[in-house]
Design a protein around this ligand. Structure first.
Ligand code: ARG
Length: 463
């Protein structure tokens, strides 16, 4: 930066000594908040337009400032801008540069505003577009998940509770469960728009201003729906940051759950899925290994996203109103969580395209652990007018019998079954069939092939 009298802190008339070098280096946030340059310039342009509209600054000054700001934006986007830690943050770096470009009239830009409202205006605009970006990736994930579900409507696998065989399900149904989660994630992000759509600009440091500003005008021009209602709350509020971090945490938690399942299914013990070589890595010592590192990466990243949510909650806990430097960390946290989630979404989409179910193994596993016992109990209720509890007990006796004989339910003879429940007829044998079991779960939301097909069609139609 060229040497001139502006090459000094804005407050140098009041604060005589230069800021300690150490503080300048550590307290400066420019390396992080430079990511907000576009939002900051957009906010400043609308702000000076409003100042002119309200006759607070002249036409000439407004135009000069806008000219300077646009020049700065070009410089930054072309990587020609030299940031200076001495000016702390993106707001001061831009203001200082404006002085260099247009001279003393740059001094009008900060009329009726403070960095306190400026920074949250920038951050809200940034989070709004980040939210849209995340939702684009979530749409891709939903599409890929539906695709793999559609290919596996009739792929049979054991449904687990406690990771023990529970009842047979369709692999398609399992994937569609995650579609529900990702759809909820989308909605959770969209719900945040309500508070993100309130414009902070114009509350100044904490009190509002004596200038006759038009906050509705700046709000509308910047894409907000209305201005915030209380100046003190506005500069103190970071709830919108928490909402964003929470939504990211929940989404990354969903990804970590499916990641964990895929890791288990890919283990040699389960061997239910195969991962293509594209998404595994080798070992430095064990030549035979193909490890699901990328999926583990997904599972692990909840550490970052949850941690960031807790960092922000902790920063805000007990913090008096209104602005404190403590809050400056919000941006580093938000950017880190966002980058982490975007990476996870990209990787997860790639993983989905590189999984092949081991259908034979899935079926074999589903065909063990007396997995259709509940179907037998249901059958007894429906066909032999038993209460469910009585049918449950009878079925447990039959399972005990099969276990003692080291037989599967499908291997039991009708004569053996009759010894335990004389009313039984040949007809009962079909309830042990796994596919029959899956297909019988026709209640809304259940795992029958027909249900899944319908749900997939529905989601493909209206997204
Ligand atoms: N860089 C600051 C932050 O991100 C901007 C607000 C500074 N306000 C102040 N009163 N020091 O929080």
């Amino acid at each position: 930066m060229t040497k001139n009298k502006n090459n000094q802190a804005i407050w140098n008339t009041r604060i005589k000594k230069k800021t300690s070098k150490l503080f300048e280096k550590i307290g400066s946030s420019i390396d992080i908040d430079k990511r907000l340059y576009k939002e900051d310039i957009a906010g400043s342009i609308v702000h000076v337009e409003m100042l002119f509209k309200q006759k607070i600054i002249t036409f000439k000054i407004k135009n000069k400032i806008i000219y300077g700001l646009q020049k700065i934006e070009k410089e930054i986007s072309r990587n020609k801008f030299e940031y200076n830690k001495k000016y702390e943050d993106i707001h001061m770096n831009i203001e200082k540069k404006l002085f260099q470009i247009i001279g003393e009239e740059a001094g009008y830009i900060h009329t009726a505003r403070s960095r306190n409202d400026q920074v949250i205006t920038d951050l809200k605009i940034w989070i709004k577009s980040a939210t849209q970006e995340i939702n684009i990736y979530l749409d891709k994930i939903i599409k890929s998940t539906i695709k793999i579900a559609e290919k596996n409507i009739e792929t049979v696998m054991p449904g687990f509770t406690h990771l023990k065989n529970a009842q047979p399900i369709s692999l398609g149904h399992y994937f569609m469960a995650y579609v529900e989660m990702f759809k909820r994630d989308k909605r959770r992000f969209i719900n945040n728009f309500e508070s993100l759509n309130e414009s902070p600009l114009g509350v100044a440091a904490l009190t509002g201003t004596s200038f006759n500003i038009d906050r509705n005008y700046t709000a509308k021009k910047l894409g907000f729906s209305n201005p915030t209602n209380n100046s003190i709350d506005t500069v103190s509020d970071r709830d919108f940051v928490l909402d964003f971090l929470f939504s990211i945490s929940v989404c990354s938690m969903h990804i970590s759950r499916i990641a964990e399942e895929l890791i288990i299914w890919n283990s040699d013990g389960f061997n239910l899925i195969h991962l293509s070589d594209k998404v595994v890595t080798g070992s430095s010592i064990m030549p035979q290994k193909k490890n699901p590192d990328l999926i583990e990466f997904l599972r692990g990243k909840t550490g970052t996203t949850f941690g960031n949510l807790f960092s922000m909650l902790t920063i805000l806990k007990g913090l008096p109103l209104s602005y404190f430097k403590d809050m400056q960390d919000d941006k580093e946290i938000v950017f880190k969580s966002y980058d982490t989630l975007i990476n996870c979404l990209k990787i997860f989409n790639e993983i989905l395209k590189n999984i092949t179910p081991n259908k034979k193994k899935m079926y074999e596993l589903a065909d063990s652990g007396f997995i259709t016992a509940t179907d037998l109990a249901d059958y007894l209720v429906k066909n032999h007018s038993m209460s469910f509890r009585k049918a449950y007990k009878k079925t447990a006796e039959i399972v005990n019998f099969a276990e003692n004989k080291k037989k599967k339910l499908t291997e039991l003879k009708i004569e053996e079954l009759k010894k335990i429940e004389p009313k039984l007829t040949n007809d009962v044998l079909k309830v042990f069939d796994i596919k029959n079991s899956i297909n019988s779960k026709k209640s809304y939301g259940g795992t029958s092939f027909e249900n899944i097909k319908k749900m997939i069609m529905k989601y493909k139609r209206n997204k």
